[in-house]
Design a protein around this ligand. Structure first.
Ligand code: SAM
Length: 269
């Protein structure tokens, strides 16, 4: 099975409980939606790329009711979850680029989806090129600075790290800057505690986000990883040891420059 097929099936299996568990995605969706509220938009289509159940498009619609982003996703079950609030959706594989109806888009939003694509940087540049002059990209994506504890524990355990490889924030910023004037670029950090490292993995899997090109760890590898993952110096409110996992999320907001109304005059000899 290809990774993309794994990704689609895993999100599909957990679609019914996605929104209950997606607290980080919900928080980031509202943060992006607040940015969308103020943007001066040109005419053109608007879409949520990798929309899933519609956390982001719904937040955008609530804060700016005139906008109804078209929801694109590979996973029919997640799109179906969002269908109750009436948003228009399209079953679409973003690895194939954007559909023709998003030519000259006025606003493309995307949250926690770009990292699942085969070539995130190429697709990001493609999204930028599909904006109308004056169109906006509003993006959040977890990046390679995520999961430092996991990487260190894997190195300490002399074993593989089975986390999904995430795109480098610097490369994404650089790619976007080739097409857009960036109005904001932030690297946000979100951390979560859990009693064990295995709990983190189970939480990620329960969201449907556990697919990875890496081979699954053997029970022995997990035991060594767990042992190498340091407990936090502070105890949980219940007085128990706990471990930490951190996500680095790149937020990018940029506008495709409108062509200058001034044409350069020819030089006169
Ligand atoms: C973690 S979810 C995020 C969903 C939503 N944006 C949110 O913030 O809740 C990642 C989404 O990316 C979608 N996705 C992954 N690969 C995709 C692809 N090749 N084409 C379209 N969607 C894809 C998944 O189906 C899933 O809905």
């Amino acid at each position: 099975m290809t990774l993309q097929e794994q990704v689609r099936k895993a999100f599909g299996r957990h679609a019914g409980t996605y929104e209950q568990r997606a607290s980080l995605q919900r928080a980031v969706a509202w943060r992006l939606a607040r940015h969308c509220r103020e943007l001066p938009l040109v005419a053109g289509p608007c879409a949520d790329l990798g929309a899933g159940s519609g956390l982001l498009s719904r937040a955008v619609q609530q804060l700016r009711p005139s906008l109804q982003p078209l929801r694109l996703d590979l996973c029919a079950e997640l799109l179906h979850q969002g269908a109750r609030d009436g948003g228009e959706s399209l079953l679409w594989d973003l690895n194939t680029g954007l559909p023709p109806q998003l030519e000259n888009a006025s606003l493309l939003v995307s949250s926690f989806a770009l990292q699942w694509l085969e070539c995130p940087q190429d697709q990001l540049e493609h999204w930028c090129r599909r904006l109308a002059p004056g169109g906006w990209l509003v993006l959040a994506v977890p990046t390679a600075g995520s999961f430092p504890q996991w990487l260190q524990a894997a190195a300490g355990a002399r074993g593989p790290c089975s986390a999904l490889p995430l795109p480098e924030a610097g490369a994404l910023v650089h790619g976007a800057q080739r097409h857009l004037k960036l109005k904001a670029q932030r690297r946000l950090r979100f951390s979560r505690f859990a009693p064990t490292a295995l709990t983190f993995l189970r939480q990620i899997q329960a969201l449907g986000a556990g697919s990875t090109p890496a081979a699954p760890l053997t029970p022995g590898q997990w035991r060594r990883l767990e042992a190498a993952w340091p407990a936090e110096p502070t105890l949980s409110p219940a007085g128990r040891p706990r471990k930490l996992l951190t996500w680095e999320v790149l937020v990018l907001i940029g506008q495709r420059p409108a062509p200058s109304p001034w044409r350069q005059a020819g030089t006169v000899a």
